[in-house]
Structures are given as C-alpha cells and as structure tokens.
Unconditional design. Structure first.
Length: 335
C-alpha cells in the first residue's frame, strides 16, 4: 500500500489561560486532545463536527500556525512538528491553506497578481518576472477568473471570486496538500457549489490531497472520500463516505446526520435531539466525552474513555457499545 502523504499521531493542542490574581493555577483549554489520522495522496479527508469541537485547530496545528502540545505530524515521511520555524519554512511549499473568510485572508493593499505571485517569489519557484507574470495569468484562468483580474484589488471582487483568488494563491506554491478550513461556509449556496466543483476538478487534474474541514455534511457528502467526525477535541468515528452516510455507528454521528436538511418536503426523517449543552473544553467530562449528552450512555461510559476500534471494513468507532458487542461476539465464538 502507498504511504500516507500526511500522518497525524496523538495530536494534542492545549491553550493555557492566564491565571487571575486570586487563582492558584491557570486553566487549560483542551482544544485538540489526542487526534490521529492518515491522509493519502490524491484523497479528500473531511473533518466534521459542531463549532468549537477543535477541527480548525487541528488544521492550524498541522500548519504550525499554532504550536501543538503533544503528538507527531509526519509530512511525506518526515516529522515536522518538532522542527524550528526556519527548518519548517521550506516544507510549507508542500502544505498550503484556503481560509474561511476570503476577504480577511487577502492583503487589501496588494493587487491580485502580487497576491498570487508572492508564494512563487518566496519559494523561488520561478526566477524571471516574465515567467511569474505568465504563471499568475495561468493560475487565474485555472480558477475561472479573467487575466485582467490581476490588476484589481480584493475589495473589487465578490465573495466567491475572492475565494477563487485564495485557491489560486494556494496553488501558486505547487503544494501536495491543501487544507480547506471552512473554505465554503461563508459563501452563498450557488457559489458554494461552484467552489466545491472547482476543488474537485483541481484535485483530479493536479492529484492534490485535500483536508476539508467543515460542518456542512451535505457538502462533505458531495466531495469527500473519507470522513472523520470530531467531538470535543477527539475523533469519535472515521469511515468512508459510503459507510458514514449509509451506516453511521457512533450516536453523535447519527445525531449529526439526522439534522441534515432533506430536499424533499414529503420525506420524513426521525430527528435525534441531543439534550444538554456541549461541555467546556476547559474541564471535559471523564470517560467518553459524549456521555453527558448520549441517549445510549451507561455506567462504563462515564469512567472509561473508549478508543477507536475497527467495527468492520475499516470503519473506526470510539464507543463502548461496539467494543462490548465485539467482545461478546468473540467470547461466543470461543465457547
């Protein structure tokens, strides 16, 4: 089998809050708390979950925009989480990002041609200005923008056009991986579909690996190969697209899918309504992080944290319900 282009092992990213005058110690936000996954070449892996579950922090930790607390990030066979910023800088060429807000992520003082040309100059991909200008026009055409768009500033474009500029800037570095951090969540529905189709076409043409961070399961179902579901800083289920949308295993995944709007008004769907609030990442609950809201929780869930276990055909679930079932089935076979 081919080796993964990106491998994340036991990633933890904690943020220490400053202690007040009367507090003995500072509190810690467990934003990401033990995340592991592999991303294969040419694959789209989607990380989904509620707002605040830590999925964007995973992407930022991989990019070293925030420094991971523990764990390993291995890029194309080389560990990069423990490198200095100077040593990591040349490797950023392989790993680019498209941010959620296309306006705030583009320099308003720079023309579009300079925004796209900046990575080409920074990484020394092309030497002459003539070659850089030609490459900039080529990238604009690749993302569906006219060549004269390079003479304008970001504020002169719509939201969807600005996101195309952000994608062109990411492509300028000739990366192997692009992290899309809620890249379509700020766009209108019709524009959102155009950008998703553009990413799919670019992946097919260039062989890119995409780490697609989103809370929109309808978009995820359209473009992904595999899905990782996060809850309160940890992954609770990983599966292929077909497995996840046809046979979700974890109670949290089932609740998420039940909330996806159905385009047919005559079709009825049974909703799973989760009770209570999402616990604070400052003091996450013991045992399974989801047990305080899970309708199927039992005693073991509150004291023992379940590990991701294979429940068949590579579908991984962190839930005591399936661990118990697996143990019982094994014991029956031995008897």
């Amino acid at each position: 089998m081919n080796a993964p282009i990106l491998s994340v092992k036991g990633l933890k990213t904690h943020f220490r809050l400053s202690a007040g005058l009367l507090k003995k110690s500072a509190k810690v936000v467990h934003a990401v708390d033990g995340v592991s996954f592999d991303l294969m070449r040419g694959e789209t892996l989607s990380i989904v979950g509620e707002s605040g579950c830590g999925k964007s922090t995973v992407g930022r930790s991989i990019l070293r925009l925030v420094q991971p607390t523990e764990g390993e990030v291995i890029l194309d066979g080389r560990r990069v989480d423990n490198l200095s910023q100077a040593a990591f800088r040349p490797l950023r060429k392989q790993l680019q990002v498209v941010f959620q807000d296309p306006f705030s992520s583009l320099n308003p003082r720079m023309k579009v041609r300079d925004i796209i040309a900046e990575p080409i100059r920074n990484f020394g991909i092309l030497a002459s200005e003539r070659e850089i200008a030609a490459r900039t026009r080529e990238l604009l055409a690749k993302v569906g923008l006219p060549s004269d768009a390079g003479d304008r500033f970001p504020h002169q474009f719509s939201g969807g056009q600005r996101q195309r500029i952000g994608i062109a800037r990411a492509l300028a570095a000739e990366p192997e991986i692009i992290i899309c951090d809620e890249a379509v969540s700020a766009l209108d529905v019709s524009v959102k579909a155009q950008i998703v189709n553009l990413l799919v076409d670019l992946q097919s043409e260039l062989g890119l690996a995409l780490l697609f961070i989103s809370h929109d399961l309808a978009i995820v179902e359209h473009m992904t190969h595999r899905v990782a579901v996060m809850y309160l800083g940890s992954i609770v289920e990983t599966a292929t697209r077909r497995q996840l949308f046809a046979t979700p295993k974890h109670p949290y995944t089932q609740a998420l899918l039940s909330a996806v709007p159905v385009p047919n008004p005559d079709e009825k769907r049974e909703r799973t309504i989760l009770k209570g609030e999402v616990p604070s990442p400052i003091s996450p609950p013991s045992g399974c992080r989801f047990h305080t809201r899970c309708p199927l929780a039992f005693d073991r869930c509150s004291v023992e944290r379940p590990q991701l276990s294979d429940v068949g055909e590579g579908q991984m679930v962190a839930c005591h319900l399936y661990i118990d079932t697996k143990v019982s089935a094994t014991a029956g076979a031995v008897a």
